[in-house]
Design a protein around this ligand. Structure first.
Ligand code: XUL
Ligand code: CO
Length: 455
């Protein structure tokens, strides 16, 4: 590959061009050193330019940094105060604080070779006292973001609006029973769409943390879901009228913070998108920990989205099998991710999106360098799993073994069944003619062994 996706690693970007401020000055750019490297600040598997399955790894993944976790998560939890004090948070003025945070973000992404980021409106800058003040702040900070993006080559994978933190959304945003709150949410989405479009964002996400209910006793569910659909149409129509060509993603999650969220899982969202005539513009952003919270595997959710032609993007992280909440840890399970990458490859990759590390450091990981370890581990794991999955598909008998299980549908009767040319009476007649079916092993252990042998 001649083109260098990591051209962003220009030495003058280690110090912010305008401010000369450096936050990660003890850390050099992270390079690929191969599996034998003992350097904890190097990639062992992620070689951005390496071509696998016809494309450079960096193009398959489009790795993105989640602005809210990496530069906003202080380690606070419901039982304890923050454990991390980010140096940029020492600034008292909100716009200065936002600029310093952005300096840190661009220095971090440049050193790591992350070519994309994702943001909520109020990750970029604190919400103002009024909508107008928020809008003014966003205007200023998006100008500054553009300067940094132009200097570094880093792009926006997707933008979104935070419609869940402010108390005004305690009863929902687009699904709030109070029309005035619905209108406020609309105003905020307009603003977030304007910011995303200004920054050349490739996609726009809707995650509805408060779009659900705490109790059905006080909720008109059908009406709320119709409001949500109406709201999404309005957002889409507005963005299209402003020239936005990207894809909208809905990000399913079953619960937390609501007791029940309307975008419960991929199957629910596929149904919603189709029912409300949103399929031309909307696809799905599948998050690993949201999948496990809904009682499915990540692999299952990828498969459901892919089968509906809606596999848009991935929020990469992992949950904890003993805990019932969204722990958002960095990915580290090679076996499971390889299984997921088999589906990713079979689906032909993501439609418009990328792999966004919606993952946060543990509360007791308190150094800035820990941010590097988390992302290096995640990027390396994706590369390693992807390379293994490609080998399994190209070199192992797995695909043939899978196809073989359906071989009988190649018989004349099997073909007729698939075409819809047989009736239930035909199945009755055929069974009388053919007798008892022979027992055929599903060979699950062998499939699992083949996967394991390629790790
Ligand atoms: C919450 C979550 C969000 C979305 C964006 O669980 O995943 O961060 O990704 O709003
Ligand atoms: Co997410």
């Amino acid at each position: 590959m001649e083109s260098k996706p990591r051209a962003v690693l220009e030495i003058n970007r280690y110090v912010n061009v305008t401010t000369q401020i450096q936050y990660f000055n003890h850390i050099s750019p992270i390079e690929f050193e191969g599996p034998d490297s003992t350097n904890p600040l190097a990639f062992r598997y992620y070689e951005p330019d390496r071509v696998v399955a016809g494309k450079a790894l960096s193009e398959h993944f489009k790795f993105a940094c989640a602005y809210w976790h990496s530069f906003g998560n202080t380690g606070a939890d419901p039982f304890g105060a923050p454990t991390r004090r980010f140096p940029w948070d020492d600034e008292l003025d909100p716009l200065t604080r936002a600029r310093r945070k952005m300096d840190a973000a661009f220095e971090f992404m440049t050193k790591l070779g992350l070519e994309f980021f994702c943001f909520h409106d109020y990750d970029l800058v604190d919400e103002g006292a009024s909508l107008t003040e928020s809008e003014q702040r966003l205007d200023v900070i998006t100008d500054y973001a553009l300067e940094n993006m132009n200097a570094s080559g880093i792009k926006v994978l997707w933008g979104t609006a935070n419609l869940f933190s402010h108390p005004r959304y305690m009863n929902g945003a687009a699904t709030n029973p109070d029309f005035n709150v619905v209108a406020y949410a609309g105003a905020q989405v307009k603003q977030a769409l304007d910011a995303t479009i200004k920054l050349g964002g490739e996609n726009y996400v809707f995650w509805g943390g408060r779009e659900g209910y705490m109790s059905l006793l006080n909720t008109d569910m059908k009406r709320e879901q119709e409001h949500l659909a109406r709201f999404l149409h309005m957002a889409k129509d507005y963005a299209r009228s402003r020239g936005f060509k990207g894809t909208f993603f809905i990000e399913p999650k079953p619960c937390e913070p609501s007791k029940h969220q309307y975008d419960y899982d991929c199957a629910t969202v596929v149904g919603f998108i189709n029912q409300y005539d949103l399929a031309d513009d909307f696809k799905i952003n599948v998050e690993v920990n949201h999948a496990t919270l809904s009682g499915h595997t990540f692999q299952h959710e990828l498969q459901v989205a892919a089968d509906a032609g809606m596999l848009g993007s991935i929020d990469a992280n992992r949950g904890d099998y003993q805990n019932g909440w969204d722990t958002d840890q960095f990915p580290n399970n090679l076996y499971e991710l390889t299984e997921a990458m088999l589906l990713f490859l079979r689906a032909g990759g993501l439609q418009g999106g990328g792999v966004n590390f919606d993952a946060k450091l543990r509360r007791n990981s308190t150094d800035l360098v820990d941010l590097f370890y988390g992302h290096i581990g995640g990027m390396d794991l994706f590369a390693r799993a992807f390379i293994a999955a490609d080998k399994i598909l190209c070199e192992s008998p797995m695909e043939e073994m899978r196809a073989e299980r359906y071989e009988s549908f190649k018989s004349p009767d099997g073909r007729q069944f698939e075409k819809g040319d047989l009736s239930l009476q035909d199945l009755h007649r055929l069974t009388l003619e053919n007798g008892k079916p022979a027992q055929t092993s599903g060979r699950q252990e062998l499939f699992e062994n083949i996967l394991n042998q390629h790790l």
